[in-house]
Design a protein around this ligand. Structure first.
Ligand SMILES: *Cc1c(COP(=O)(O)O)cnc(C)c1O
Length: 402
């Protein structure tokens, strides 16, 4: 296929949209650009909320769509694809080895499984039944890090042991301890920080794993924790990296990645339902590569400009205040809290969210945090959408001034 032809057929993908043409009862014409959302009666929207799984998180850039489209047209052995792509990803992220998983949650499950089973397929067949299996069965987690995502690990049958201090951690370690798990997002609140976690793991001879699901930007986080010495790191592919939403990366020690692979498709076992096919694996690698190559400084400036534009517009309404919020870890990009004096603006947060959602074009914002305020992010906006978001929010706030 020549490049032009590839691009032409990519434009037929529903994410790009375009002229609506009903598919009902009609074959797909080569030149058709069907709008499946319209066909299905689905609401599409401007995403000023962020990388939320419920909102389908992020849109893949053309390079990734092209990679998926072109690699979907040939057969290759699934394990070979994982081998080759794994090598490339490992190199990009300065890890010993890597594999593509079905998202970060999947990386947590598959990585955990690998830690438990090693390269023993008899053990892999036993998961999640650890009792009497000869496998270890406990994972140590800081209390402040146990906010839901640690449940991924329990898919393998392990028990979570919560600790708060180094002393408690040392006491909790025993012959059943399989892993020390760290949630990077909660690093600022946990007593034990990343370096110390790694050091403890090495000293006690227990593998360490870090969840960095939503933790780019900064781009350096792709290799920072591998270089720091974590044995495994898990990241989402479809958040800020804009890879396939159903992909993620597990990277780290070579022996542990080999063990993880033993628990992953095409083999049956605990993670058989975490299948990622060749085009998603390749799409994930291309997304990572593209993401690393981006001008990250320019991206940041673009976001700041969009935030400033929205801020200026909404602040022109009486009773409105704004605050730029940059989460220190996870979804680390500028967001804007837009709040109002409820005595001046008679509008509930939920009602504003609803009006933006039901307006035209439909807009999703973060409308579930603090009362009398919403929050927006701009990193998932397409060029020009910042103006639409700004003017719609302003319009609704202004309408509600008493
Ligand atoms: C999003 C997220 C996950 C799950 O990642 P998926 O790629 O959606 O499977 C795990 N951990 C944290 C901290 C997350 O933010």
């Amino acid at each position: 296929m020549r490049r032009r032809e590839v691009l032409k057929s990519i434009s037929a993908l529903p994410v790009i949209g375009g002229a609506a043409e009903s598919l009902t009862g009609a074959g797909l014409k080569p030149d058709a650009t069907p709008d499946y959302f319209k066909e299905l009666g689905l609401r599409t929207f401007i995403n000023a909320a962020g990388n939320y799984t419920t909102m389908t998180a992020s849109l893949m850039p053309p390079e990734v769509l092209q990679a998926i489209h072109s690699s979907a047209q040939q057969y290759a052995m699934l394990d070979d694809v994982q081998d080759k792509v794994g090598e490339r990803i490992a190199k990009l992220c300065r890890a010993e080895a890597a594999m593509v998983t079905a998202g970060c949650w999947s990386a947590l499950v598959i990585g955990m499984a690998g830690v438990l089973t090693g390269i023993d397929s008899k053990k892999a067949a036993k998961l999640p039944f650890l009792e009497g299996s000869g496998m270890k069965s406990e994972v140590i987690v800081q209390k402040t890090h146990a906010n839901g995502y640690h449940n991924a690990l329990t898919n393998t049958g392990v028990k979570i042991i919560l600790v708060e201090t180094v002393e408690e951690l040392r006491k909790a370690v025993n012959e059943k301890t399989a892993l020390l798990w760290f949630l990077n997002r909660e690093a600022p609140v946990g007593k034990i920080k990343q370096e110390e976690w790694v050091k403890l793991g090495k000293e006690l001879n227990i593998p360490t794993m870090i969840d960095i699901a939503a933790d780019v930007p900064p781009v350096e986080n792709l290799w920072k924790f591998n270089e720091m010495g974590f044995d495994l790191a898990c990241i989402s592919g479809g958040k800020a990296m804009m890879g396939p939403q159903s992909a993620g990366i597990l990277m780290g020690r070579k022996d542990l990645i080999a063990a993880a692979r033993l628990n992953a498709p095409p083999r049956s076992g605990i993670a058989r339902g975490h299948k990622v096919n060749k085009e998603e694996i390749i799409g994930m690698w291309v997304a990572l590569d593209q993401y690393i190559k981006r001008d990250h400084k320019k991206d940041w400036e673009t976001w700041e400009k969009s935030i400033a534009l929205v801020e200026k517009e909404v602040k022109s309404v009486r009773g409105v205040y704004t605050e730029t919020i940059i989460p220190p870890v996870a979804n680390h990009n500028p967001s804007l809290k837009i709040g109002w004096d409820p005595k001046v603006i008679k509008l509930s947060r939920d009602e504003l969210g609803k009006r933006l959602r039901e307006g035209s074009p439909s807009i999703e914002v973060i409308s579930w945090e603090d009362p009398d305020s919403i929050r927006i992010t701009v990193f998932m906006l397409k060029p020009g959408q910042d103006r639409i978001v700004a003017s719609r929010i302003r319009e609704e706030l202004k309408r509600s001034v008493v």
